[in-house]
Ligand binder design. Sequence first.
Ligand SMILES: Nc1ncnc2c1ncn2[C@@H]1O[C@H](COP(=O)(O)OP(=O)(O)OP(=O)(O)O)[C@@H](O)[C@H]1O
Ligand SMILES: [Mg+2]
Length: 339
Amino acid sequence: MYRATSFDLTAALSERVKGQAEAIRQIAPYVQMYETGLAPEGRPAGIFLLLGPTGTGKTRTVEALAEVLHGDRKKVLKIDCGEFQLDHEVAKLIGAPPGYLGHRETHPLLTTQALNAAASAGCDLSLVLFDEIEKAAPPLARLLLGVLDKGTVRLGDNSTVNFEKSLVFFTSNLGATEMTKALAPGLGFHASAPPDAARLEGQLRTIGLAAARKRFSPEFFNRIDAVITYQPLDADSLAEIVDQHLAALQQQVRGRLGERSFEIAVSAEARAFLVERGTSPRYGARELKRAIHRELTQPLASLVSSGEVEPGARVVVDAGAGGAGLSLEVEARRRSRAA
Ligand SMILES: Nc1ncnc2c1ncn2[C@@H]1O[C@H](COP(=O)(O)OP(=O)(O)OP(=O)(O)O)[C@@H](O)[C@H]1O
Ligand SMILES: [Mg+2]
């Protein structure tokens, strides 16, 4: 039973988050410790700091966990720390004390209800995500220290919120600039040899750890269970992510159009074109959704709206001549009987 669960979780996460096996390997055991009742008490079930280049799957990992545990990627209590850069803004998180100006109007974000809303009938483990933690004002950092240390937060109205049934994720761009430099040494020159992946991995991890140690107090840093540096996505992972997006698009067409739906067949060359247009060492897979939207979804929509795509047809997508775009060709459904 235990083994089966552990295998399923890792497999389900790997299906969704590509090229970050190390991150999954580090996170999955904490879910299992919680599910088997072996997580320590008096603190969150797991505390993670996710570092690494932009668009490599940090936020996606938390969404994927929500999908796997709760059947809904939005079941995450997400706090954008960038919204709490000024000291007084922290009241939006915990609410103002009674009697203070604005007490009635503040609906604190970090409440027991909010935590419960990020759990589900099948699983009571809430996922809490503090995005861009390096932007947090000192009062927020102090408050977070309480979460890490005791697993609780005291709200403005003096009630207590308990985080023992949650996994806490911090994401940060700490060290990202330096990582980008490591990823593209001698920008503008052609590297004579492809960078050694294992060495680069170690290098990024060292940059991330050093930046985190410098930014956070030892009390904060030492309470984090795992500091995970996400790696730049390799070509295979990028191709798999394109496939994920294309499968999602097909799914959407099926779901929305029902009987009138059609099939989208994307050639290997067209997929390669999308990888080239939608991904980069600098932005990872962050621009991919937009590229697919621009290069494929929009032309597809105009074909459909002009009535060129019959129900049951097959739209064949290929790389256009000259690498300028994609070419879309409609193949009508083969008739079962000759007319
Ligand atoms: N490893 C991955 N596996 C699958 N999809 C990915 C991966 N990395 C990025 N993506 C795709 O790119 C989008 C952006 O990735 P994500 O939001 O996870 O980036 P991030 O690492 O959190 O970056 P940032 O530091 O800018 O917040 C995701 O929604 C997903 O579609
Ligand atoms: Mg993110």
